[in-house]
Design a binder for this molecule. Structure first.
Ligand SMILES: Nc1ncnc2c1ncn2[C@@H]1O[C@H](COP(=O)(O)OP(=O)(O)OP(=O)(O)O)[C@@H](O)[C@H]1O
Length: 234
């Protein structure tokens, strides 16, 4: 089954076109699909279009079998497409546990079970369950943002630069967590850490200047000239 099916997508901000004729596919059998590219390439814009936040000017976007331009964002979450945004969007004045509760608005009946699953995955969050999210370190906040995403029991979890602003060791921890999550949930991973994102990926897309320049398996992209010359050192 195709979980995400994008075809001929153009997206504008006002008169400014930022995505051009994008086609991509995320299939149920994919564990991780990575979208890589430089600053300003349009990666966040693409994720926002998949989440139904932006409406394309041309083309079609189907997420979990539905045309997302006709569906409000909360319904897309309910259907199983959840995004962990770059800004993490936590409620700083609410506790860790209350932030997790916010994530479970579509699955309230399973809150306790899912919270315990998140605490098992991130014991540090259980230690800090009553602390305000604002008081957590950057790495802990990223874990909370991921945990909150899992509370909605997603079929597809999309990450927008989850390693952003994290020290290398913490970034690596986040990548390992994403790999673990991808055993159960299909992951879309937008990243500037091109090598790491493609190592994890069954399928990868290189986005440059709003266009898909290259696509293939993660291994194929890592060996491609476009990636080797533009994004990998040595
Ligand atoms: N709300 C907006 N209004 C106008 N232009 C925007 C808006 N958001 C983004 N852009 C422009 O769209 C282009 C793509 O931005 P986008 O944030 O999607 O890129 P990105 O690949 O996610 O970059 P980064 O890695 O820096 O987050 C950029 O040129 C950006 O300046």
């Amino acid at each position: 089954m195709t979980l995400v099916d994008v075809s001929g997508l153009d997206v504008h901000y006002g008169d400014l076109q930022v995505l051009w004729d994008i086609s991509l596919e995320v299939r149920e059998e994919d564990s991780v699909v990575s979208i890589v590219g430089p600053n300003g390439a349009g990666k966040t814009t693409l994720l926002k279009t998949l989440s139904g936040i932006l409406t394309p000017t041309n083309g079609s976007v189907e997420v979990l079998g539905q045309d997302v331009s006709r569906v409000p964002s909360d319904e897309i979450v309910e259907r199983g497409f959840v995004q962990v945004s770059e800004e993490r969007n936590l409620f700083g004045d609410l506790s860790v546990e209350a932030n997790l509760r916010m994530g479970s608005f579509t699955k309230r009946e399973n809150f306790a079970e899912n919270r315990d699953m998140v605490f098992e995955m991130f014991p540090v969050l259980e230690d800090r369950r009553d602390k305000n999210a604002r008081t957590l370190s950057g790495g802990e906040q990223q874990m909370l943002a991921i945990g909150r995403g899992l509370m909605a029991e997603p079929e597809v979890l999309a990450f927008d630069e989850p390693s952003n602003a994290l020290a290398p060791q913490l970034a690596e921890q986040v990548f390992e967590t994403i790999e673990e999550i991808s055993d159960d949930v299909t992951v879309i991973l937008v990243e500037q850490h091109v090598d790491r994102a493609l190592q994890l990926a069954d399928r990868g897309y290189l986005l440059e200047n709003g266009r898909i320049e290259t696509e293939g398996s993660g291994a194929e992209l890592l060996e491609s000239d476009a990636i080797k010359e533009g994004y990998l050192r040595g």
